[in-house]
Design a binder for this molecule. Structure first.
Ligand code: TNX
Length: 551
C-alpha cells in the first residue's frame, strides 16, 4: 500500500476538522505564539506586542561575524511575509529593529535569549549558533498565514531564555539503499535546522549502492552506484521477486560541496559515513581485488547482511580506503567521519590466507580482534589528519579504537559499556529511534522493515541511562534518529516515516527533562506542523486522529 492509498484511509471529514494548520479563526496569535517546539527552557509572556514592518531593520554587529545569521533571517522573513528587510551593522538595540548579538555571558554556545518588546526584538546568543536558534524560535512566534492574505507580522511580547540539553542532536539518512536527490537533502537539512538539531549523518555507502564521487576511483560511481534491479516486497518473503529495473545515482563532489555549504549556513554539521569493513559490496563490485576472494561481485539487489566484506589482510585495501578518506576529508569540514563497523561477518576472513597471515603477524586472538585492528588502523590514519571516528557499537568487539565515539544501535548496552570505558557515545537504540520501524498498526501502513515505534515511545525516550553515574553520563553526547531506507523508496515516504517522530526526538534532546509531557507536546505539535506544511512535508498524521478527543 502506498502513501496515497493510506491517505484515503483517513476519514476525510476528520482530517478537515482536526488537521493542524486548520485553527479556528478565533484561535489567536497569542495562544499560537507559545506553541514552540522544542519547548524553551524559560519563557515569560509580557504585555503588548511588536509588529515587524517594512521599515524594521535587521541590525547586527559586523565584528561578531553574524552576517550568515542576519542573511538567513532576512531570507526567512521574506519567505514568510514577503517583506525584504534592510540589513545594517549598527546599534542592535535601536527602535524598530531586530538586533542580533553575540553575548559572551551566555555560557552555552548554542544558548540564546530572545526578547520581544513594543520597541523591537533582540536575539542574543552564546555564539552565532545560539543566535541561529533564537531565530528559529522567532520563526515559531510569527503569526500563521491563512489563505492568500498575508497576516501582519505581529509578535507577542515575550522573554525567552533557552539552551539545549544535549550537544549532539542528530538525524540520519541512508541514501545507499535508495538514492535521494540533492534538493531533498537540502530540504532535510532545513528540517533539521527547524528542529534545532545540529547534525546530519549522511550514510553514503552501502552494499546496494556507492553514492559519493571519488575522483581517484571512478568505478565506484560507474559500477558501484547502480544495481541491476531491486527486490520487490519484504525481504522475508520467499520466493524473492525482483523488479528488473536498473536503479542508482550518486552525488558529484560539486553537489556535495553545495550541500555542505547549505548545511553550514543552517548550523548543521554533516557526518559522512563510509562503511567498512562490511556493507561494502558496491565497492567490491567496482574493485574486486578489495575482497578476500577477488570476486566477481555484484552490487546487491536485496537487503540484509552479506559475507563479502573488505579483506583485512591486504595492504591495498588500506591504501584504497585512505585515498577515499582523503577525498572525503577534503569535502567535509566537520571533525567526525563515521566508518561504520556494523554487521561485518567474519566468515571470509576465517578462510582467507591473507587475513590469517595478518592475525598471526599482528599477534591477534581472532577475527574480532582483526576487525579491531582494521578500525584502529583507519582511526590512526584519520587522527593523523585531525579527524575522529564514529563507529556502530560492533566496534567494541575485539577492543575499542583509542579515540572512537560509539553509536549504540543494538539497544543501549554498547553505549553504556563505551561510556564506562570513558568513550563518547551517541545513543541510537533501534527500539526507540529507528524511524524505518512501523509507527502504527502494520496492516494500515505502507510496507516497512518491521518493528514498532510510536510517536509517544520516541517522545518518552531518555538518552541518559540511569545505570550510569553522573560522571559516566557525561560521555553521552546526545542521540540521533536513524532513517534506513530498504523499504523507503520515495521522498514522500521518507518524510512520512521521519516526521513528526523526529520532532519528538528534537524535544527530547533540546528541552529540560522536567518539562517533558506528551499531551502538551501534541497540542504544540498541532501548531508546529504549520511550518512543515509550508515546506510541503508529507508528515504522518496519526497523532491528530488518535488524540481527537483532546483537540
Ligand atoms: C541495521 S543500524 C543496520 C542497517 C539496517 C537497519 C535496518 C546498523 C548499524 N545496521 O544496515 O538498514 O538495521 O533497521
Amino acid at each position: 500500500m502506498n502513501i496515497k492509498q493510506i491517505s484515503r484511509f483517513l476519514p476525510v471529514l476528520m482530517m478537515f476538522s482536526l488537521l493542524p494548520g486548520c485553527f479556528s479563526p478565533e484561535e489567536n496569535r497569542e495562544q499560537r505564539s507559545l506553541n514552540i517546539i522544542p519547548k524553551p527552557g524559560e519563557m515569560v509572556k509580557k504585555e503588548g506586542s511588536f509588529t515587524i514592518n517594512r521599515k524594521t531593520t535587521i541590525v547586527f554587529s559586523e565584528n561578531e561575524s553574524l552576517l550568515k545569521e542576519a542573511n538567513y533571517l532576512t531570507d526567512l522573513l521574506n519567505e514568510y511575509s514577503g517583506l525584504k528587510l534592510k540589513l545594517i551593522t549598527d546599534n542592535p538595540k535601536d527602535k524598530n529593529t531586530i538586533g542580533l548579538i553575540v553575548n559572551s555571558n551566555i555560557v552555552n554556545p548554542e544558548g540564546y535569549v530572545l526578547k520581544v518588546t513594543e520597541n523591537g526584538i533582540t536575539i542574543e546568543g552564546g555564539s552565532p549558533s545560539g543566535v541561529f536558534y533564537g531565530i528559529q524560535t522567532l520563526r515559531q512566534l510569527l503569526p500563521h498565514q491563512t489563505g492568500k492574505a498575508k497576516a501582519k507580522l505581529q509578535v507577542q511580547s515575550i522573554e525567552i531564555k533557552d539552551e539545549p540539553r544535549f550537544a549532539y542532536r542528530g538525524l540520519h539518512l541512508d541514501v545507499g539503499r535508495h538514492f535521494f536527490p540533492v534538493e531533498f537533502i537540502k530540504e532535510y537539512i532545513d528540517l533539521i535546522a527547524l528542529h534545532k538539531m545540529n547534525t546530519f549523518h549522511w550514510h553514503l555507502t552501502e552494499d546496494q549502492g556507492w553514492r559519493i564521487e571519488i575522483k581517484k576511483y571512478p568505478e565506484l560511481t560507474k559500477v558501484g552506484a547502480f544495481r541491476k534491479e531491486t527486490l520487490k516486497g519484504h525481504w522475508g518473503k520467499k520466493p524473492r521477486e525482483y523488479d528488473g529495473e536498473r536503479y542508482g545515482g550518486f552525488y558529484t563532489q560539486e553537489e556535495i560541496k553545495e550541500v555542505v555549504n547549505y548545511a553550514l549556513e543552517r548550523n548543521v554539521t554533516i557526518i559522512p559515513e563510509i562503511e567498512m569493513p562490511g556493507h561494502s559490496l558496491a565497492a567490491l563490485a567496482s574493485y574486486p581485488h578489495l575482497g578476500c576472494t577477488g570476486g566477481p561481485y555484484e552490487v546487491a539487489t536485496h537487503w540484509g547482511v552479506f559475507n563479502d566484506v573488505y579483506c583485512a589482510g591486504k595492504d591495498s585495501v588500506f591504501i584504497f580506503l585512505e585515498d577515499v578518506l582523503d577525498e572525503v576529508i577534503a569535502l567535509f569540514p566537520g571533525k567526525y567521519i563515521h566508518i561504520g563497523g556494523d554487521e561485518s561477518p567474519k566468515h571470509n576472513w576465517k578462510e582467507c590466507p591473507e587475513c590469517q597471515a595478518r592475525i598471526k603477524a599482528e599477534g591477534l586472538k581472532d577475527e574480532h580482534e582483526l576487525q579491531s585492528y582494521f578500525i584502529k588502523r583507519i582511526e590512526a590514519y584519520l587522527l593523523s589528519k585531525d579527524r575522529y571516528i564514529i563507529g556502530w557499537d560492533e566496534i567494541l568487539e575485539g577492543g575499542l579504537a583509542p579515540e572512537a565515539t560509539v553509536m549504540s544501535w543494538r539497544g543501549e548496552a554498547g553505549g553504556i559499556e563505551a561510556a564506562k570505558q570513558n568513550h563518547n557515545v551517541i545513543m541510537t537504540p533501534n527500539k526507540y529511534v529507528y524511524l524505518d520501524y512501523y509507527q502504527a498498526e502494520p496492516e494500515n501502513e505502507p510496507l516497512a522493515i518491521g518493528g514498532f515505534l510510536t510517536l509517544e515511545t520516541i517522545y518518552n525516550y531518555e538518552p541518559l541511562p540511569d545505570t550510569l553515574n553522573s560522571e559516566e553520563q557525561k560521555y553521552i553526547l546526545g542521540a540521533q534518529a536513524n532513517v534506513w531506507t530498504e523499504y523507503i523508496s520515495t521522498t514522500d515516504y521518507a518524510e512520512y516515516m521521519t516526521f513528526p517522530r523526529a520532532t519528538a526526538l528534537a524535544e527530547v534532546l533540546w528541552s529540560p527533562k522536567k518539562d517533558r509531557d506528551f499531551n502538551d507536546f501534541t497540542k504544540r505539535l498541532k501548531s508546529f506542523v504549520y511550518h512543515l506544511d509550508r515546506l510541503d512535508v508529507n508528515y504522518a498524521k496519526h497523532v491528530f486522529i488518535e488524540n481527537k478527543e483532546e483537540l
